[in-house]
Design a protein around this ligand. Sequence first.
Ligand code: HEM
Length: 313
Amino acid sequence: MNANDAERTRQCPMAVDMIDAMEALSGIHPGYRRVHAKGACYRAVFHPSGEAAPYTTAPHLQGGAVDAIVRFSGNSSDPALADLLSPAKGMAVQFQLPGGVKTSLVGVTFPIFFAQTPESLLDLVRAVNEAQAGQLSVLDMFKEAAEHFSESKRSLLEIKRLLPPASYATNRYFTIHVFYLVDADGRRRPVKFEWMPDAGVDTLSLMEAAKRPADYLEQEMTERLQRGPASFTLQIVLGEPDDPTDDSTRPWPEERERLDAGRLVIEAAIQEPSGLLMDPTAVVDGVELSDDPILHFRHLAYAESFHRRSDSR
Ligand code: HEM
């Protein structure tokens, strides 16, 4: 999506409400993303293994190397928040394809989402706002939580269990939603994408993380990249017929077959390119979106956030 597309898709009242509610979490920080505000960008190259090629015509999953931009982030709406205090981290990868075509995989460090629909997410964000402002009684807060508890419970437990990472380069990152890979004959296979850190998963205790500087994750990447590149393997999880495809709150069984689709090699820090928008719905031929309402709504919400931050509002 470019700036013009973002302007056109910005007209959704629900997306306006969502971004208003997200801004209320920590105030407006002009020029920053409305969530995942704190982050750092890197230059990278993706080397596809070819293992996914029988399942899809997508150009970045065939043979040749593809340039990419990676942005690691903390989940908070506050760009000044210490790394320790944002529990989940993000990894957004934009593949730069021939002809100026771009497609992104946007992941986080927990495998399932905490809302089934944009409506329930908006309720949750508003409930947090009201609780922060002291407008919601403890009883109302419990009522609100209970209403969403069944769909949010698993995801929130996963997030609660997260320990601070030793590095942006030592997390698994999940793109959560289901996508379809489409082969040359039009056959569709439901899949999920996951980045596995080649350096292994490495976390800190809360005590250790509390001793690190507020921006320790970006500092650690600077030191790590001075020693050599950091890398991730892109795993593609192959869905089976009964696996849910339109509900981000439900996991797939662990034992699903996986492909190693390629290796992302992160080389150096870069300034964020102007106009960078990592839209998870911007897919290319050979990849299709599932019917997950959260996935489709992200297109609208990201456009609204992009518009506001581009205005330096
Ligand atoms: C309806 C649900 C969601 C909403 C409303 C939402 C909203 C947003 C917004 C407004 C931004 C900033 C966009 C920008 O200004 O460029 C953002 C960024 C981000 N979101 Fe979401 N999000 C949702 C679901 C998710 C999910 C399911 C994931 C994980 C798979 C995710 C991961 C991220 C990441 C990693 C970023 C940072 C992207 C970057 O570095 O450019 N979000 N989100």
